[in-house]
Design a protein around this ligand. Structure first.
Ligand code: NAD
Ligand code: DAU
Length: 347
């Protein structure tokens, strides 16, 4: 019988997806008795994201995943580590890759060394971007449905940016630790998440908060680039299924068949917010901009029985717009600085 996960460390639990996972655990898994959020509180970490959750259950430890002594101390008392903490934004990695190498690679190394030492179950959160990009559907013989036309767990690693290559490096460390040291680990590679608590530097919240601030949304290049959107709650459920039912050493891809190009998403936001469809600016494209991501989630669906619940993207987007509209105090103070940084780089 598997050991219950009563004491879980969630790294990066004050960021977007990590904090949504902490809420998910508190709301749906009372058998988890204690959640330690280990978070450095970088610009992307906000303690407000987990404020309001019961203090006797959710403990915030402000610290760095590269701090070996701290990590060792926390992991020695845990049943599982779910590792979300990362530098997560591609555009930032193109300006300065340094913290990406440190946090994403060295931080993962520090965590898996401690999990190895104490034989603690480890789940590694990664991204579909490790697989590089795919051609647009219209350029493929099977129109995106043929063999090899979506990412699968067997797709070759060919990351494009400093961010995605640092994530790819961390995945490879985990795979090696499983094989060489028997680390009890699983890996998941998920597509683009949307939902509440996402930092306003990212595409969807940036455009929503631009409109709410009276600024025109900004589309990179032609807007033909496709992302495969999944609601962050569906991601959380998938991670729990992998943690509790996944096979050690396996990689699971998480996606909800949510492919949309950026122009379509932006037009949908504009429509839902009562703006003309063309009320946005084209800005400089991202260097090395990945063209299309698409996940084949057959493995997690068939082996673990996971299915996405948020299948109506427009409805999920409306909820997300409502959340940013109702939580202006959460983002307002940062907005000018985020836009000034983008403007400096022509975006
Ligand atoms: P985020 O940038 O919103 O949050 C990252 C969190 O990690 C922040 O709270 C930050 O303070 C913390 N952090 C950063 N460096 C740290 C360090 N050295 N020590 C401790 N804490 C540190 O990121 P996100 O979008 O929530 O992404 C979370 C994870 O999910 C990342 O590993 C990312 O690669 C992965 N992922 C993200 C997406 C997406 O669409 N956002 C999709 C797939 C996978
Ligand atoms: O695919 C998973 C990845 O999704 C995660 O690993 C990353 O952590 C996460 O940030 C996200 O990466 P992207 O680069 O796809 O997300 P971003 O929100 O930065 O951009 C989404 C798309 O929108 C991308 O094609 C670039 C474009 N874009 C982005 C911004 C910020 C714009 O057109 N305008 C913008 O202002």
């Amino acid at each position: 019988m598997k050991k219950a996960f009563k004491n879980i460390i969630v790294t990066g639990g004050c960021g977007f997806i990590g904090s949504n996972f902490v809420h998910f655990l508190v709301n749906h898994h009372p058998e988890v008795e204690h959640i330690t959020v280990l978070d450095k509180l970088t610009y992307a970490g906000n303690p407000a994201n987990i404020a309001g959750l019961p203090k006797d259950k959710v403990e915030l430890v402000v610290g760095d995943i590269c701090d070996k002594d701290l990590v060792d101390k926390l992991v020695s008392k845990a049943d599982a580590v779910v590792h979300y903490a990362a530098e997560s934004h591609n555009d930032n990695s193109l300006i300065d890759p340094t913290p990406f190498i440190k946090t994403n690679i060295e931080g993962t190394f520090t965590l898996i060394q401690a999990c190895r030492k104490y034989d603690v179950r480890y789940h590694h959160i990664s991204t579909d971007e490790v697989y590089g990009d795919l051609p647009l559907r219209e350029d493929l013989p099977g129109h995106g449905e043929g063999p090899g036309e979506k990412f699968t767990p067997d797709s070759p690693y060919r990351p494009s940016s400093p961010y995605s290559s640092s994530k790819a490096s961390s995945d490879l460390l985990v795979r090696a630790w499983v094989r060489s040291f028997g680390l009890r680990a699983t890996i998941s590679n998920c597509s683009n998440n949307y939902g509440p608590y996402q930092h306003i530097e990212k595409f969807i919240p940036r455009q929503i908060t631009n409109i709410l601030s009276g600024t025109r949304p900004k589309l990179y290049g032609s807007g033909k680039n496709v992302r495969d959107w999944i609601h962050t709650n569906d991601h959380s459920r998938a991670v729990w299924d992998i943690l509790t039912k996944g096979k050690i050493g396996e990689t699971y891809l998480i996606g909800a068949d949510g492919e949309k190009n950026n122009k379509e998403v932006l037009e949908m936001i504009l429509e839902l917010m009562g703006q003309p469809k063309d009320a946005y600016d084209h800005v400089k494209d991202r260097p090395g901009h990945d063209l299309r991501y698409a996940i084949d989630a057959t493995k997690i669906k068939t082996e673990l029985g996971w299915q996405p619940e948020f299948t109506d993207f427009k409805k999920g987007l409306q909820h997300t717009i409502d959340w940013y509209t109702q939580h202006e105090d959460w983002w307002k103070d940062e907005k000018a600085a985020v836009e000034a940084k983008y403007a400096k780089h022509g975006q």
